[in-house]
Write a protein that binds this ligand. Structure first.
Ligand SMILES: [Zn+2]
Length: 334
């Protein structure tokens, strides 16, 4: 740690602790700018910053939560031990603890994980410590520019190493929605269900952006969708459909990002995911195939970014049933 870096940490801690707290927003940008210089290869600095913030009791702020994503594995382990020590001393580091636990649950006992809301769901899985593999959609432009601040733009989940060919995300769909008459929005067209080896060689996903309710689509042998019941009510939100087209690739999701919480990701992380565990906003909502009690398989989720907007700015979850060739699109929002 250089003298300059120590000074930078002192500056951030001083700026975060200055009273009155009401004017913190003005100083927050200065803190963000200093921290931003250390997001890449700055683990030692960021770890020292988090410790200093906890010791000065100014750690309950987004900036300190955010920098955890940028620690290397060694410093993430050190932070896990440090925070568990603080808990024993009665210090409230719950928020920080949840961030580290999501990224490295193997460093925590079940009793700690059980106290974190997202794990309450995940602990019901057969093997909660081995979540299913998944992929991220990686945009060629990097993080969609809708929101541009350093811990969003540079978050590792927007920059995972790409695998496979590029494809289009977004754009106009081919069908129209029978409920509102608007052209559907194209989400993505998956080959081999993104390597999950389905019965269809391709699956074209299109959805009505105006629907606030679960909507089913049946797919023909070529994977092309037709909207089926239940259809949304005409009162639902109706904006002009998004027509932005982005170029994306898939990336294999590393262990550290297999679990992503909508709330904890706080609009920093890439939540465009194929397979794995859904990042629910309102808790689990697995649809069944109409007329059966067969639960559908989670296929992918899209965030309200990159030209998409779900409900009041939530998430869209798409489920798939291979036997009936039906997808169900479930929006959730805050
Ligand atoms: Zn519609």
């Amino acid at each position: 740690m250089s003298d300059l870096e120590s000074l930078e940490i002192e500056t951030i801690v001083r700026l975060l602790s200055k009273t009155p707290r009401a004017t913190i927003q003005a100083r927050y940008e200065d803190c963000t700018a200093i921290a931003a210089r250390h997001l890449k290869d700055g683990s030692e600095f960021l770890f020292a910053l988090i410790k200093a913030a906890v010791e000065a009791d100014v750690h309950q702020t987004n900036l300190i939560d955010d920098v955890i994503s940028f620690l290397d594995d060694t410093h993430l382990v050190r932070l896990a031990f440090f925070l568990q020590g603080e808990v024993k001393r009665g210090i409230d580091v719950e928020g920080l603890l949840a961030h580290v636990a999501l990224q490295a649950p193997e460093l925590f006992p079940d009793s700690t994980l059980g106290d974190i809301p997202d794990f309450a769901d995940w602990l019901t899985h057969d093997d909660p410590r081995s979540p299913p593999a998944c992929h991220h959609f990686i945009f060629e432009e990097g993080a969609p520019s809708d929101m541009s601040f350093p811990t969003h733009r540079n978050h590792p989940t927007w920059h995972l190493p790409r695998v496979g060919p590029s494809f289009a995300v977004g754009g106009e769909g081919t069908a129209t929605c029978p409920a509102c008459g608007k052209r559907l929005v194209h989400l993505v067209t998956l080959d081999d269900l993104g390597g999950q080896r389905g019965t269809l060689p391709r699956l074209r996903l299109e959805t009505c952006e105006g629907s606030l309710e679960p909507t089913y689509y049946s797919h023909d042998a070529a994977g092309v969708p037709t909207p089926i019941a239940p259809l949304h009510s005409p009162d639902d939100f109706t904006s002009e459909p998004a027509t932005k087209v982005s170029t994306a690739h898939l990336a294999s999701t590393p262990q550290r990002w297999l679990r992503q919480s909508y709330g904890i990701s706080n609009s920093r992380q890439n939540l465009f995911r194929l397979g794995g565990l859904p990042s629910w906003i309102q808790g689990p909502q697995f649809p069944v195939v109409p007329g059966t009690d067969r639960q559908m398989k989670f296929l992918l989720q899209f965030d309200s970014l990159a030209g998409f907007f779900w409900g009041s700015g939530g998430m869209l979850y798409v489920f798939w049933d291979e036997e009936s060739r039906i997808t169900c699109h479930v929006p959730q929002y805050t």
